[in-house]
Design a protein around this ligand. Sequence first.
Ligand code: PAF
Length: 274
Amino acid sequence: MLIAYTIAELRHHLTGRNGHAFVPTMGNLHDGHLALVRQAKPLGEATVASIFVNRLQFLPHEDFDAYPRTWASDCEKLEAAGCDVLFAPREQDLYPEPQVYKVHPPAELADILEGHSRPGFFVGVCTVVMKLFACVQPSVAVFGKKDYQQLMIIRRMVRQFALPIHIVAGETCRADDGLALASRNGFLSADERLEAAQLFKALQAMAAAVRAGATGIAKLELEAMAALSARGWKPDYLTVRRQNDLQVPTPGDALVMLGAARLGSTRLIDNLEM
Ligand code: PAF
């Protein structure tokens, strides 16, 4: 695996290769990320991953410096998963001057759910993804469905800017008890880890109720949040939305259940398509 620490090195490593398949990450890799790399592998001539902890998507109270950096094991894992080129720019290389040009996704997509709980988060995500796309120039990019809203917003961004990049969705990888694999799971205590699968179970229960014909979605959402709260969680949202734009559904829409909740000091998110 070749490693590029600068944009110039990346361009050098990619010279003569066409149609790269790209998996952007912030490192601290788990099997979910590696599944995305394996999924990307047959989709391009070269498989490129990036590791860049993007300061722009951290809110002032979120601890950018405390984000786990696991460089050596990330490199081993990427190499084993078949990554050809790793782009790991230093902050001064990707942001050599304050990033005053930013991508602002529309409020109706980006200020709801995650964007409501974390204002400005998707501006940071879209800006860095646009910049990473400009550096890597992939023909395919793979994003996990675990970050459902992020995937949807990136798809729209690519469409609106007519970027010649095919966005591919990777299924969420789960532990045996259903917990979605996430870098943040590493922050859970042993007791919290046992409890953590309850978020997915709550989404499954909502989906089962909808399938059984429940009509009062607002009531269902409130009950699901109350049930998690009673177990000691602090839910931000548990909600039923339509898949294509995450708005409140109307009859006949394809649905997705989405949830975000804090267990102790760890904030977990998950979703379930119906
Ligand atoms: O999903 C992530 O890890 C990040 O939001 C991404 C897409 C790598 C941008 O920093």
